[in-house]
Structures are given as structure tokens and as C-alpha cells.
Design a protein around this ligand. Sequence first.
Ligand code: ADP
Length: 366
Amino acid sequence: MVELESVELFGRLRPEEMAALRQVAVERVFATGQEIFREGAPGDGLYVVQEGRVEIAGQVQPHPRLVFSNIGPGGVFGEMAVIEQLPRSAGATAAEPTTVYFLPRAVVWSLIERSPALAGVFLQLISRRLREFNQHYLQEVVLAERLAAVGRFARSIVHDLKNPLNIISLTAEMYCQPEAPPALRATAQGRIQKQVGRINDLITDILQFSQGDQSTARVPVSYAVFIEQLAAELRPELETKSVRLDLEASFPALKLILDANRLRRVFINLVHNATDAMPSSGTITLRIRQDAREVVTEIADTGSGIAPEMQEKLFQPFATHGKGHGTGLGLSICKKIVEDHGGRIWARNDPAGGAVFAFSLPLPAQ
Ligand code: ADP
């Protein structure tokens, strides 16, 4: 049980002020779950918990009821209404058998007016409460945002899986018809393989997207050799789509600290995007420039350029535009990998046509 004299808020009151307070203090007893005051009720005074525990809660859209704080013995509540003389902004309920001191507003207010020390302590109390509330509310907002993101993620995956599965199901039915001619069966087989490929790509993207930073796998790599090998690997596939891959000039002989496997994914995603933007034919040009701190790699294409509606959200997950089979994960994966390497990624449209995607990688410390 807490005596009024030992409450921190009143610690600096003079004995006669304390005596005045004591005289007007009324003890009130509440059972578990009993309401002490309701949200919106007139602010008639200040409460001090003598024993028990009080829950302060209110409505913050879209939540039906949010608990702002729990107040135990010696704790003070209801102070906002004393200052503002406005209706209560939250309700108070006894969370267990509770006894409180009730101090009428007029007495507390006249004490505040007379005692600068009490006014100071009051200010501190209110500032602490606002801080607590802010923190609590922010946590709730972050949690709600996370849940919404998981929902968006799940919806997008389900949607992207449903299409190829539907096609596979229909095509398999066609394949299994006893009278299906061999040519139709061959077409069906090709179609099923393509859709399985799509599902595979989607799963790879999701795995890449959810992978954490595996910085342990980074080792010094000759960047020129890495790019030349990658270009040789990509060229045959690009040729089938009438796309040429040019490496501009010779690359500086330097070693970067890389996770070559993950960085390979950045090049593959950017080159595939460039190819998608050049459906009939075109050229991809790879350039590198180096300054004192970093190496910038540019991948330029002669395609359609970045659509205006994509400009703001290019690197956001699930942002896709103008593709039948886009998951919208490719560029966000690139961003994550580049940032895990300590670099940045950005893009622009070339005034002469086509898009330029660029990313930087830091030079190793001397
Ligand atoms: P996805 O390719 O699955 O749509 P990405 O994150 O890789 O997802 O790309 C997002 C969008 O950015 C693409 O849908 C496309 O509209 C645009 N984009 C990406 N690369 C290029 C490019 N080289 N030229 C034009 N638009 C591009």
C-alpha cells in the first residue's frame, strides 16, 4: 500500500500543501474489471494508485481497443484532464482489486499554480506519457504494416502460381486424351515444360528475395574475369532472342570483394529485364567506370525504356509493368544484393532511347 506522501509527484510539496492534499484525497475501491472512468467522460480529477493495477486503454482507428499503459502502486493517471479540462482521451479500468486516491481537479490545479516545482514534475509526467504512447503506437503500426506486407506477398505468390498451374492442368488433360495425335502431345509437353519453368523461376525469385545477407561468402574476385565469363555464358541465350551483348572497351584489372554467385544474379536479372524490353531485337552494352571509392557498372539497352508508371517504384517488391509473367521481384532482389555488398543501384532512361541500369560496388580498403 502506497501513502500519498511517498508519491514522487508530490515529493516537493511543502508540508502545508501536502496536508491540504491529504484533506481532499478520497479513497475509492474498485473490483477487477470495474471501470474507474470512461473515455469521453469529463476530467474531474487526478488519480493515484494506492494498491492494485490500472489499465489505461482507448480507441485508435482501426483498432477496436488499444492498451496504452498499465499503472501500478504509486503511479498517477488522469493527469491530462487536470491540465486540459477536456473529456478523457482514454478509459481506466481496474486490472485487479484496486484502491486509488482521487484528488479533485480544482485542488490539484490550485496547487500547480502555487508550486513551480509541482508544475515541473507534472510536465515531466505528461511528457513521459506522450513518449510511452508514441512508442506503443509506432510498434502497433509497424506490426500492422508487416502483416499487410505478408498478405500482399502471399496474394501475389498465389496469383502467380495459379496461372501456370491452370495451364498445366488443362494441357495435361489434352495430353491424356487417348486419341491425341503425336504432334498435339509434343505441343502439350512443351507447354507444360514452359509452365514448370515459370514456377521454377518464381520459386528461385522468392528464395533469393527472402535470403539474408551471406557476407561470409565474399572473397576477392577479379571483376574483369568475372564479367567476361558471365558474358560468355549469357551470349548463346541472348542470340536466340536476337540480342547482342557488347562489353564496352577493356575493363580495369581490379579485384572486388564479392559473393560471385549472388552478384551473378544481379547481372542475370538486369540482362533478362533488358531482353524483355527488346522483344524483337536489340543491343545490351555493359560499361564500367571507376573512381577513388567505387566501381560503377552500367547495363544499357536499346529497348522501350522504363515506363513512367514504374519510375517511382522500380525497386519495390512486386512492382511489375508491361509483362505477362513478371513477378516484380527481380529488381528488388538486385537492390538487396547490391546493398548487401555495400553498394547502390539506380536507373534512368537514355534520351537517345532505352534504359540504363547502374550499380556501384565499393573498392576494397587499401
Ligand atoms: P519483373 O521483371 O518480374 O516485372 P522486376 O523487378 O525485374 O520485375 O522489374 C520491374 C519492372 O521494371 C518491369 O516489369 C518493367 O516494367 C521495368 N523494367 C525493368 N527493367 C527494365 C528495362 N531494362 N527497360 C524497361 N523497363 C524495365
